[in-house]
Design a protein around this ligand. Structure first.
Ligand code: ATP
Length: 932
């Protein structure tokens, strides 16, 4: 997906929105943006690039679109499209305005610019301008409303068939066609108001290119600038090539590559060569400079150094060296030369023979050097070296004449000395002679002083030069003297004022001028000179004096020249040194600046990389935070499930414990049950034995009892039937009574009501009876079962006894009931009597029916109560039966129970029969009475 870049442009709040009080709800940091909701930062979204409100369309074009354009010109398809909601700024960005041209305009301009910069290619440009609206593509450059179909070819390229393509030669052509298209679009928009916001405009540029002269290979690329919904990108160059062209192209490319390789290797070797040459040149330059310095030094040495012999050298050693006091230790191995010597010392103290003719230095050269502060060029240096003089010593002997080489002026101390021991001639005592002698001696002293000063001066300058030489030699180590060193060097400068030189050595003109005694010798004097002046000694002295004077003058001049030259040389060398220092300082500064610049660039790159990394880190950090949050949530969820699982596990453990406990209990129970079972088994065995022992007659009795019970039940049934019939009759009677009462008196309704109630009651009674019957049947069944069980093997000794008890109780109850029923009957009778009596009397019998109904009501109530009681009895019987069935297993003796029971039952049944008969009778009577 590297070929697709998603860039966001955040537009500023426009005036319309400002009026509505809208403000930006996005927080942007680097290339990540997050919505702000109530002051809280929402989910952040990262994009390839986010351009904030301050960025112009040109900024976006330069960074995002230009590479696409470059690709398109080279033959790659490219698409630039703006996507966003209405009013987000798509049109502003893509179409732009006169003030701020849009991406389309800038792209077209760039295409033509790049084409112009590719002279080895020929281009053919065509444009299409379309609009997609409602899934329909329309051609904005055509007046015909012909349909445009979108198709995909075999290479999965999208083809638009039927769309017109216009050839364009310049940016103006493109703009003209776009204006035409926009006009057509506008016309369509006015017809449909909402078309603008829903339509998508696409400007397509087809760029065909081929190498100049290559007619077979054409490269085609499409550039889309649009507002679209989806895109697919397949980066590849798009060429229409024949096989031959392909072959040709390949060959050409191979050739090109080969050339490139050759060029590269050439360049590489050329580079190496150049580098080598450069280095050689530098080396040569350095050597030259070194050589020049050495030459200069040697020349300087030659200017100042004159060696004589070792004796004098040792004499010089005894002399005080000014240099030592200025910079102790710096004058290592310096030249130690004596006046008149022809050698110098190198840095190692080795003796060097030097040759030089002092007078050969042209004064003009010295002056010019002093004036123009420039280094002598090589030719100049050459001329300097050309100044070497013949190697023979003759010249040296001549100039400058060393002190000891000079004709030694004789000391005339003997003339003055009183210790002479002989009488000196009187002229020697003369004033003039003595004066001359004194003058001569003074001059001699002066001369000696001058020579000494000269020598000292020379030695000082030699030291200076040695020091400079040292500095230069240090340069050989390619190291610059540090600032402090340079300072010390400048400290060594000779005093700027001439005071030192005024004092030492004294200038010739400052010296007391020796008087010239030419007059003494001159024959042109015109007067007779005293005879002593003509004497040989005096003339000799006079000559000597004159010679000395000349020598002295020469010496002074030479000294001065020497001195000035050396100072000049020193100045020059110092200047050179300082210049060099400045130059090297500058060079160093430039180098340092370059290094700093490089460092800054590297730091800047690092910073950029860091920024990118920081951004990436921030984005990934945000993602990590989100993931961590998700993970935390998951962890929380899993913690909860873990807890619940733990709870489950603990509950399961508890269950398991309890189950284990249960199992243990069960096992114990099983053990006890087994023992119980064993016991029971034993009991069963015993019972079996006992049962076998029970008389078979008992069982017979039981069968009999059950038969009797069945019979009694049947009888009971019959009785119940009879009761029902009686009730019917009663009902019938009631009805009649009612009818009668209706006839007699107007109390129809009362009788009706009464009859209704009675009817209901009878129905109830019938139902109850039915229920009682059912219960009786159940009881019978149970009795049958009991009897059946009695026949079985189970131990049931006391069952018969219990049964008999129950039956006894039941009979007792029944008797009580019967008594009650009898009492009731009696009451009924009384009431009937009363009714009868009332009917018979003359009293109005209005209430008779009422009374009757009351009586009947009471009777019904009684009956109901009875029934309830019977029901209760039944229930009790059931319970008892249950008890009996349970007790059947007991071991009690009950041999006679069955017999007794049967007897009691028989009695009871007979009683019941009797009672029923009585009931019947009574009922009959009652009927009769009622009929009456
Ligand atoms: N970067 C921006 N700077 C200043 N104003 C802008 C910028 N982008 C858009 N606008 C202004 O915002 C408004 C809406 O822009 P525009 O019409 O380009 O949006 P749109 O998305 O093309 O709208 P629709 O798709 O609905 O036609 C215009 O007034 C436009 O001038």
């Amino acid at each position: 997906m590297d070929n697709i870049k998603v860039a966001i442009r955040v537009r500023p709040i426009i005036s319309r929105e400002q009026k509505l009080g809208c403000h930006s709800n996005w927080m942007i940091k680097n290339n990540t943006m997050a919505p702000m909701e109530n002051g809280r930062v929402g989910t952040p979204y990262a994009f390839d690039r986010i351009f904030d409100q301050d960025k112009t369309t040109l900024d976006i074009f330069e960074e995002i679109c230009k590479p696409v354009i470059t690709g398109a010109v080279r033959g790659f398809h490219g698409t630039i499209f703006a996507y966003g909601q209405s009013s987000s700024g798509k049109t502003f960005t893509m179409s732009g305005s006169a003030m701020q041209p849009g991406i389309i305009s800038l792209s077209v301009e760039e295409i033509f610019k790049q084409m112009k910069n590719t002279p080895d290619k020929e281009f053919l440009l065509r444009i299409s301008y379309m609009e997609i609206y409602n899934e329909k593509v329309s051609d904005l450059l055509s007046t015909e409303d012909k349909p445009i179909r979108i198709q995909e070819d075999t290479d999965r390229n999208i083809q638009l068939t039927g769309v017109s393509e216009e050839l364009v030669m310049s940016k103006a052509d493109v703009i003209t066609y776009m204006d035409v298209g926009n006009e057509r679009k506008h016309m369509a928009e006015t017809k449909q108001n909402d078309r603008s916001s829903r339509s998508h405009c696409i400007m397509r540029m087809i760029i065909e290119s081929r190498e100049t002269g290559d007619e077979e290979a054409v490269m085609v690329s499409h550039l889309f600038a649009s507002r679209a919904k989806t895109i697919k990108n397949q980066p590849h160059t798009n060429e229409v090539l024949s096989d031959a062209a392909l072959l040709k192209r390949s060959q050409k490319e191979i050739k090109k590559l080969q050339q490139q390789i050759d060029e590269l290797s050439k360049l590489k070797s050329l580079d190496v060569l150049m580098e080598k040459e450069e280095m050689e040149k530098k080396l040569e330059d350095k050597m030259n400079t070194e050589h020049q310095y050495m030459e200069t030094i040697n020349k300087l040495k030659q200017f100042i150094i004159k060696g004589s012999d070792e004796e004098e050298e040792s004499n010089f050693k005894k002399m005080k060296r000014r240099r030592e006091t200025w910079c102790p230790g710096k004058a290592k191995g310096s030249a130690l030369d004596l006046p008149g010597g022809k050698f110098a010392r190198d840095l190692n103290g080795k003796r060097i023979d030097v040759e030089f003719q002092r007078s050969a230095i042209p004064k003009s050269f010295v002056t010019s050097r002093r004036d123009d502060t420039e280094l002598p060029d090589v030719s100049e240096m050459q001329s300097l070296s050309d100044l070497s003089l013949p190697k023979d010593d003759s010249l040296f002997m001549e100039f400058p004449p060393k002190f000891d080489d000079l004709p030694k002026p004789s000391r005339h101390v003997s003339f003055k000395s009183p210790e002479a021991g002989f009488d000196s001639p009187p002229f020697l005592q003369s004033k003039e002679f003595l004066q001359l002698q004194d003058d001569y001696e003074n001059l001699l002293n002066l001369y000696e002083d001058k020579c000494k000063q000269s020598e000292q001066d020379h030695s000082y300058l030699i030291h200076e030069l040695d020091f400079v030489k040292e500095e230069l030699e240090k340069r050989d180590d390619t190291e610059l003297p540090d600032v402090s060193e340079m300072q010390s060097l400048s400290d060594l400068s000779l005093p700027k004022d001439d005071s030192l030189f005024m004092e030492f050595p004294p200038k010739f003109d400052d010296l007391p001028k020796p008087s010239r005694h030419v007059s003494f010798k001159s024959p042109e004097a015109g007067f007779d000179s005293p005879p002593f002046l003509q004497s040989k000694e005096f003339l000799q002295l006079q000559d000597d004096y004159e010679n000395l004077l000349n020598l002295y003058e020469d010496k002074c001049k030479q000294s001065e020249q020497d001195h000035s030259y050396l100072i000049h040389e020193l100045d020059f060398v110092k200047e050179e040194l300082e210049k060099e220092k400045d130059e090297s300082d500058n060079a160093n500064l430039v180098d340092e600046l370059r290094i700093d610049l490089k460092k800054i660039q590297v730091e800047k790159n690092d910073l950029n990389i860091n920024e990118e990394m920081q951004h990436q880190n921030e984005t990934s950090l945000e993602m990590y935070i989100m993931k961590i949050q998700e993970l935390e949530e998951k962890i929380e969820a899993s913690d909860e499930s873990l807890k619940s699982q733990e709870n489950k596990i603990s509950s399961l453990e508890e269950e398991t414990k309890s189950l284990k406990h249960n199992v243990q209990e069960n096992e114990q129970q099983l053990i006890s049950t087994n023992s119980d079972k064993d016991c029971l088994q034993k009991e069963i065995d015993n019972l079996k034995i006992e049962h076998n022992n029970v008389d078979s007659s008992e069982s017979n009795n039981l069968v009999e009892i059950s038969t009797q019970l069945t019979k009694s039940e049947e009888e009971r049934k019959d009785q119940e039937q009879k009761i029902a019939e009686l009730e019917k009759e009663i009902l019938h009677l009631y009805t009649k009574l009612k009818e009668q009462s209706c006839m007699d008196e107007p109390r129809r309704s009362t009788a009706d009501e009464l009859s209704d109630v009675l009817k209901e009651h009878c129905t109830d009674l019938e139902n109850r009876l039915k229920e009682v019957e059912t219960e009786n049947t159940d009881l019978k069944e149970k009795l049958n079962l009991l009897s059946m069980k009695q026949l079985s093997d189970e131990p049931r000794r006391s069952t018969a006894d219990e049964l008999s008890d129950v039956l006894k109780e039941h009979c007792t109850d029944l008797e009580n009931r019967l008594k009650e029923v009898e009492t009731e009957n009696a009451e009924l009778k009384e009431k009937l009597n009363l009714i009868t009596m009332k009917q018979v009397s003359d009293e109005p019998r209005r209430s008779t029916a009422d009374e009757l109904s009351d009586v009947l009501k009471e009777h019904c109530t009684d009956l109901e109560n009875r029934l309830k009681e019977v029901e209760t009895e039944n229930a009790e019987l059931k319970e008892k039966l249950n008890l009996i069935s349970m007790k059947q297993v007991s071991n009690e003796p009950r041999q006679s129970t069955a017999d007794e029971l049967s007897e009691v039952l028989k009695e009871q049944y007979s009683n019941l029969e009797n009672r029923l008969k009585e009931f019947e009778t009574e009922n009959t009577e009652l009927k009769e009475k009622l009929n009456l």
